[in-house]
Design a protein around this ligand. Structure first.
Ligand SMILES: Nc1nc2c(ncn2[C@@H]2O[C@H](COP(=O)(O)OP(=O)(O)O)[C@@H](O)[C@H]2O)c(=O)[nH]1
Ligand SMILES: [Mg+2]
Length: 218
């Protein structure tokens, strides 16, 4: 999980992971937090849990790419460190990955989204970006910006990731849906704890430019 100034929520997010259920199903869950230069107590709070913590330069994409290089597991599950993603659904998502023999799952938060968990303008921005992703790459996604993915680590050898910022979220989906057995699965989403880190217009515009760059240059 990438974290930037999430001292209020980082330990709560980790505590939401259903470790016992996962162990009973035969998994050995490990948590890796990648801090992006938090100026609050995020690192201290994260280190007080059982999670491994590493430090990166700022940037959602940079943090994820460093995290992927440094994680041990065969299967990677991602989420924001803000209590917004449904950790309780991880066992179900792993089961879908295994039984349907998939490489990559992305979650569709719009399916069971709690009231007021996403601001109307963010929802609109997401819909526009998702529409453009689907047109440019011929997909049928419902949520191109979801940050919860469940995937086999080995696919990272096939899909090269280059984004430093928020556009990593759409990049990983575009590459995985083009090259792997990938599926979007309905899931839920809650209102985050702590302040929003997304810079709506800057990140939205950067995402849009990156979509065209990917389509034209590759
Ligand atoms: N927006 C943003 N989030 C970052 C960055 N670095 C780490 N993060 C973490 O990435 C997650 C996404 O940010 P968030 O504000 O929740 O954005 P949203 O979920 O897309 O509204 C959070 O866990 C942040 O702490 C960064 O540079 N920008
Ligand atoms: Mg979030």
């Amino acid at each position: 999980m990438p974290a930037l100034n999430e001292e209020e929520s980082i330990d709560k997010t980790i505590a939401m992971i259903p470790f016992d259920v996962l162990r009973e199903s035969g998994y050995e869950p490990d948590v890796l937090i990648v801090d992006g230069g938090s100026r609050d107590k995020t690192v201290e709070v994260a280190r007080s849990t059982d999670a491994d913590v590493i430090c990166s330069k700022k940037g959602y994409g940079r943090q994820y790419r460093l995290g992927f290089e440094n994680c041990r597991g065969e299967i990677i599950v991602t989420a924001d460190s803000d209590c917004s993603y449904p950790m309780e659904e991880i066992p179900k998502l792993l089961n879908i990955l295994e039984t349907e023999n998939l490489d990559f799952i992305s979650t569709n938060r719009f399916a069971f989204m709690e009231h007021e968990s996403m601001m109307p303008l963010n929802k609109f921005g997401n819909k526009v970006l998702t529409f453009i992703v689907n047109i440019l790459f011929n997909f049928n996604l419902k949520d191109s910006q979801s940050g919860m993915w469940v995937f086999r680590k080995e696919i990272l050898e096939k899909i090269k990731l280059t984004s430093n910022g928020m556009s990593l979220s759409q990049e990983i989906k575009i590459r995985a849906f083009a090259k792997c057995r990938a599926k979007e699965v309905d899931s839920s989403y809650r209102k985050r704890v702590g302040k929003v880190k997304l810079r709506m217009f800057l990140d939205g515009l950067d995402n849009l430019l990156n979509l065209f760059k990917m389509r034209i240059l590759e």
